[in-house]
Ligand binder design. Structure first.
Ligand SMILES: [Mg+2]
Ligand SMILES: [Zn+2]
Length: 246
């Protein structure tokens, strides 16, 4: 309860930086696999449930000969297990324990955000529900289950990227001109990182940011991202970030 005790009141008001709560200064986009969830759950589900043959698609994707859209469509077509079982298995891989606090920071500071993933919405929503979240904005690929099995649906594709979910196009539509601060770890984050004001990165994305001179900080978990954002929110650090991006 907000304001129930003095201690709670302090916690509840801690993230209310006046200058930015009235008008958002940036839009935060967050990857799911390997970022909110330390493990790449999409990968884990495919490895666990797909019939042999998924490795060929993976190889073509790794060599850059097909995009993730085609790779995921081929791999998911090799899964004969009910969606419910996939979600159940995915839920055995919990999210970063610091993520709920990070969500609280964004909401209390009035910073708009979205989870944009090249994984599958029912799996992501299942894992988030397990962590107590039922109302987060998630943009991802989808799965339709009917008598013949699972079908992949890609509602966020673009003509410029071969990803299942093109994060740069999706963010462009969502952010309505606000600068993007992106948090991610892998190849699906490359396109959005090119347009970001700042990137929190780990894994393959770090090398990409270095090579392309994208303003970035590495992170190990959401506690670290939160600390960095709290620093931005005091104004000066945010300004210096903007200068770096310019
Ligand atoms: Mg990822
Ligand atoms: Zn893109």
């Amino acid at each position: 309860m907000r304001g129930a005790t003095t201690k709670n009141m302090r916690q509840a008001t801690r993230y209310t930086p006046a200058p930015f709560s009235e008008q958002a200064e940036f839009f935060v986009t967050i990857d799911f696999d390997g970022t909110i969830n330390e493990l790449d759950v999409t990968d884990a589900v495919i490895k666990k449930f797909a019939r042999p043959g998924w490795q060929e698609a993976e190889k073509l994707w790794e060599e850059g000969r097909i995009g993730s859209r085609e790779c995921l469509a081929r791999q998911m077509a090799l899964i004969d297990v009910p969606l419910e079982h996939l979600v159940e298995y995915a839920c055995t891989h919990p999210i970063d324990p610091a993520f709920p606090d990070f969500m609280r920071l964004l909401r209390e500071a009035g910073i708009p955000f979205a989870i944009i993933s090249d994984g599958f919405k029912p799996i992501i929503n299942g894992i988030l529900a397990e962590a107590g979240f039922s109302d987060l904005p998630v943009y991802a690929n989808d799965l339709l289950e009917d008598a013949s099995g699972l079908k992949t649906i890609f509602p966020n594709t673009s003509g410029v990227c071969q990803s299942g979910t093109c994060k740069c196009k999706t963010a462009d539509l969502l952010a309505e001109g606000l600068p993007i601060v992106h948090i991610g770890d892998g190849r699906s984050d490359f396109c959005i990182s090119r347009m970001a004001m700042h990137v929190f990165c780990r894994g393959k994305l770090t090398g990409y940011c270095v090579e392309n001179e994208i303003p970035h900080s590495t992170f190990t978990d959401f506690q670290g991202v939160q600390k960095a954002l709290e620093t931005f929110l005091n104004g000066e650090a945010l300004l210096s970030l903007k200068q770096n991006a310019a």
